[in-house]
Every structure is written in structure tokens, then in C-alpha cells.
Design a protein around this ligand. Structure first.
Ligand code: UDX
Ligand code: UDX
Length: 479
């Protein structure tokens, strides 16, 4: 889109929320727009101190380099939220919007508490017009509520324009996704002021994104598009995971089925990798949100349709754990199970909704001894995840059942089975012969990501079960 002369110029940006989305997104904006001052603020001083240190709070390939290039130049991390709001022409609201744990819509609706708190703060400290951008994934029509709060709490006559600019980056590839996005979506009101605000934000992206990749829609379409995109992506994974169950029962190979389907240009090859189940902060939360929205709109059939994507994901995780138990002669009591990978996908240290939590919970409830290794997830985070209310009731027993290993080799020593929960590259190239020697026999590998060379492992002596790959069923020999 082409910049209009009447669009306000953005000279200073504030991002509220220095998390997985706000941090990398606004770091890349600072890198690509050296003429704009970007200040990322957060209520959490520990997080801000980490952003100002050599050990960033978010592991993301390429992020260190971007931050090193810009920090102190035009990129700043601060806890002084009010100052950054006052100074900015444009404010990204990038705080978390978790699923509500209690009250109306508990278990489904997004908790907008932090978005509202940020909006109230903007209203109370602003002394000049601002463009406010929803970066957080929010339910449809959140912008309306923000407008009411702003108007009721700000200086009379002060102008605020609200935009929706959902972020489509995926963790692990965030810098690549931000540097060369498939699209930048900006939702605004269709008033001249709304359009001018959208143009001002578009002009920021035009510093590095080709104009044809930046497109504008109405506010509500933009808000809903983020939920819709995540729902469609997650639905593909649940669909292929449903096929994986059929493959395991029939001897078909889900990777071959996915490849055959993906060659159809209408289907395409991406996001058809069968797995132990999807994780991450977005898919489950956003679908639950969509289910809640559909129900609230009196569309129970639509709600049930999307709910099934989550149900299938839960089934995939539980089915995988059951397979481990059944294969290990129906008992894993006191058996050591090595869990390789704890992050919800490779190249991130993020564990939100990771399938590994659910697997470890199931193995523990069967009284197994679990040894976990992940190259990037801090040990303290794993303990936190395993002792979350709802995951386990007895914090003490966790320490008797679970150990955290410093390497994959260490995790697998004396184990009866290895479970690959995350597709880290180092598990593909692990010295599997050494692993085999150190394990109890028969030695099992359960590949929840279908990444290892199963034939090579079988040659070593392993019994291998890969998700979506059934036992080879011989054709009947006809007399
Ligand atoms: C983001 C989005 O904002 C969320 O809506 C989307 O669905 C997923 O990605 P993310 O960046 O991953 O969330 O969340 P998180 O890493 O938890 O970061 C949010 C940050 O906001 C935290 O550092 C938190 O301390 C901060 N915060 C929260 C504030 O600064 N102020 C608040 O009032 C609340
Ligand atoms: C997702 C969306 O991809 C991104 O556009 C949005 O902004 C945020 O939510 P993210 O959750 O970071 O990003 O990672 P993604 O690559 O989508 O993976 C999500 C989960 O699905 C992971 O657990 C991953 O392992 C799993 N997955 C992904 C599969 O099981 N199979 C696939 O084919 C793809």
C-alpha cells in the first residue's frame, strides 16, 4: 500500500509486553527502522533485566544478533512504562491473553485482564494523540472495549486510533518470519482517521516489507483472521494426526500419505507432519477462544466443530503414552523412560502447552521413572511445568520420579525406552549405537516426531515405534 501524506509519522514506538511476541517483533522493527526509537516495556523487572543482559529471556535463532545491533541505539528495554507511553506516537499492546481459569467462560475465553490494564494505563498517562495497536491475540471486537475504556479515562478531546495488527510469527523461526513475512495484516475502522492510522503503521513496515504484502481490512476481520489462521493450521495437524492413528492400525506410513496429499496444489505440503500432538501458547488458546466465541454467538455446531481439533490433539497425546505402556508389556512401573525434548517444538525454549508435559504426567501416573533432556529449556522451567496445579498434586514425589539430565546420552542410560517428544536436530544425529549399549534390553524408541532413521536404529537392535507408522503387514501368501 502507498503512504498517504496525511498519515501521521511514527517517530517513537512503545511496546507493552516484552514476551515471545513483543520482544522479537519490536527488536526487528528497531533493526529495520533505525530512525524510529523503539522502547519495549514490561511490568516484570527480571524480564527487562534479562533483555538488557547477554542472556536474553527468549531463545530464538538470530535474535541475539538483532538485539546486539540495535540495543542502546534505537532499541531500549525498560520498566518505565509511563515514560515510554508518553513518548510514543504508536503503542503495541503485546501482553499475554491466557485462557481464563475461573469465572464466565472459564477454560475457553481469553483473559483480557492485562489488555485492559494496559489500555487504562495508556489512557491515564497519555497527553498527546496515540495510535494503539493490538498485537496480542484478542477476541473479535476487543478494539471496541478498548475504545470505551480510553474515552472514559483519558483527557477530554485526546485522540486515540486503535488498530489490529496480529502477529503471525512462529517461534523458532521468528526472526525469519518477521524479516520476510508472508503478509502484514492491519485492521482499522473505515473512517478517514482510522485509515490514516493504518497508513502510518503500514509506513513503518514498508521500511522492509514489500507493499504488496501489506494489506488492510476492517478491525473485526483482522482480529478474527488471527484466530482463524491458527485454527486452520491446528486443524491440519489434528487431521494428519487422525490419519496417523489409521496408519498405525493398517501399516500405512503417514509421511507417505502426507506427501501424496500435499502434492495436490490445493492442499500443499506444509503443516502435515504427524506428531505426538501440537503445543505452544497459541493453538489451543486460540481455538478455545473461537469455541467460546461461537457458543456466545449461538452457534453451537460451529463451536463443536472447532472443539474437535482440541479433542483430537488430546487424544493424540494420550494415545502415544498408551502405546508406550502397552508396548512395554503393559507396565512401566519403576521402569526408566528417557524423554528427549521438552520444548513444544525445536529451536525454542518455550514449554507452554508442550506435549511433553502431558506425556510425563501420564508416565508418572503409571509410576515410571522419567529422565528428561532438552537442549534449551532451563531445568527450573521443567520443574515448574511438572509441578503446576492440575499436572501433579504431590510436589515431593516428582523429585523421586523425575530426573533432569545434562545430555541425551545421560538421559538414556539404563532406560527401557526412549521417547522423542521434540524434533531437535541433535536427536536425529545422536550416537544411537552408544545409546543402545547403555540401555536395558529390549531397548525401545518411541519417536513422537518421526525424525529418526527407523531402519538404521532397527539394525542397531532397537525396537522402533514412530508416530503414524504401523508394523509392516505382509500381504497374504496365496496358495
Ligand atoms: C503473545 C500475545 O500477546 C498473545 O496474545 C498471543 O496469543 C501469544 O503471544 P507472548 O508474547 O507469547 O504473548 O506472551 P508472554 O511471553 O507471556 O509475554 C507477555 C509479557 O507481557 C510478559 O513479559 C508480561 O510480564 C508482560 N505484561 C503482562 C506486562 O508488561 N503488563 C501486563 O499488564 C501484563
Ligand atoms: C503458531 C503459528 O504457526 C503462528 O503463525 C502464530 O503466530 C502462533 O502460533 P507456533 O505455535 O510458534 O506458531 O509454532 P508452530 O510452528 O505453528 O507449531 C505449533 C505446534 O504444532 C508445535 O508443537 C509443532 O511441533 C506442531 N506441529 C507443527 C506439528 O505437530 N506438525 C506440523 O506439521 C506443524
Amino acid at each position: 500500500m502507498v503512504l498517504d501524506r496525511t498519515a501521521p509519522k511514527v517517530r517513537a514506538i512503545c511496546c507493552i509486553g516484552a514476551g515471545y511476541v513483543g520482544g522479537p517483533t519490536c527488536s526487528v522493527i528497531a533493526q529495520r527502522c533505525p530512525h524510529i526509537k523503539v522502547t519495549i516495556v514490561d511490568v516484570n523487572p527480571v524480564r527487562i533485566a534479562a533483555w538488557n543482559s547477554d542472556t536474553l529471556p527468549v531463545f530464538e535463532p538470530g535474535l541475539d544478533e538483532v538485539v546486539k545491533e540495535c540495543r542502546g541505539r534505537n532499541l531500549f528495554f525498560s520498566t518505565d512504562i509511563d515514560d515510554a507511553i508518553r513518548e510514543a506516537d504508536l503503542i503495541f499492546v503485546s501482553v499475554n491473553t491466557p485462557t481464563k481459569k475461573s469465572g464466565v467462560g472459564a477454560g475457553y475465553a481469553a483473559d483480557l485482564h492485562y489488555v485492559e490494564a494496559s489500555t487504562r494505563r495508556i489512557a491515564s498517562v497519555s497527553d498527546a494523540p496515540k495510535i494503539i495497536v493490538e498485537k496480542s491475540t484478542v477476541p473479535c471486537r476487543t478494539a471496541s472495549s478498548m475504545r470505551v475504556i480510553l474515552e472514559a479515562n483519558s483527557r477530554p478531546g485526546l485522540r486515540f486510533d486503535i488498530l489490529s495488527n496480529p502477529e503471525f510469527l512462529a517461534e523458532g523461526t521468528a526472526i525469519r518470519d518477521l524479516s520476510a513475512p508472508d503478509r502484514v495484516l492491519i485492521g482499522s475502522l473505515s473512517t478517514p482517521e482510522g485509515k490514516a492510522a493504518a497508513r502510518a503503521l503500514a509506513a513503518v513496515y514498508e521500511n522492509w516489507v514489500p507493499p504488496e504484502k501489506i494489506f488492510t481490512t476492517g478491525l473485526w476481520s483482522s482480529e478474527l483472521s488471527k484466530l482463524a489462521a491458527n485454527a486452520l493450521l491446528a486443524q491440519r495437524i489434528s487431521s494428519i494426526n487422525a490419519m496417523a492413528a489409521i496408519c498405525e492400525a493398517t501399516g500405512a506410513d503417514v509421511d507417505e500419505v502426507a506427501h501424496a496429499c500435499g502434492l495436490d496444489a490445493r492442499i500443499g505440503p506444509k503443516f502435515l507432519k504427524a506428531s505426538v500432538g501440537f503445543g505452544g501458547s497459541c493453538f489451543q488458546k486460540d481455538i478455545l477462544n473461537l469455541v467460546y466465541l461461537s457458543d456466545s454467538l449461538g452457534l453451537p455446531q460451529v463451536a463443536a466443530y472447532w472443539k474437535q481439533v482440541i479433542t483430537m490433539n488430546e487424544y493424540s497425546k494420550a494415545r502415544f503414552a498408551q502405546k508406550v505402556v502397552q508396548t512395554l508389556f503393559s507396565t512401566i512401573t519403576n521402569k526408566k523412560i528417557a524423554v528427549l525434548g521438552f520444548a513444544f517444538k525445536k529451536d525454542t525454549g518455550d514449554t507452554r502447552e508442550t506435549a511433553a508435559i502431558s506425556l510425563c504426567k501420564d508416565f508418572r501416573s503409571e509410576n515410571a521413572l522419567v529422565s528428561i533432556y532438552d537442549p534449551k529449556v532451563p531445568e527450573a522451567q521443567i520443574w515448574l511445568d511438572l509441578t503446576e496445579p492440575g499436572v501433579v498434586d504431590d510436589g515431593q514425589k516428582v523429585k523421586q520420579q523425575v530426573t533432569i539430565a545434562a545430555s541425551a546420552i545421560e538421559a538414556c542410560k539404563d532406560a527401557e525406552a526412549v521417547v522423542i517428544a521434540t524434533e531437535w536436530d541433535e536427536f536425529r544425529t545422536l550416537d544411537w549405537a552408544t545409546v543402545y549399549k547403555s540401555m536395558k534390553k529390549p531397548a525401545f524408541v518411541f519417536d513422537g516426531r518421526s525424525i529418526v532413521d527407523a531402519a538404521a536404529l532397527r539394525k542397531i537392535g532397537f525396537q522402533v515405534h514412530s508416530v503414524g507408522k504401523g508394523p509392516e503387514i505382509q500381504d497374504p501368501v496365496w496358495a
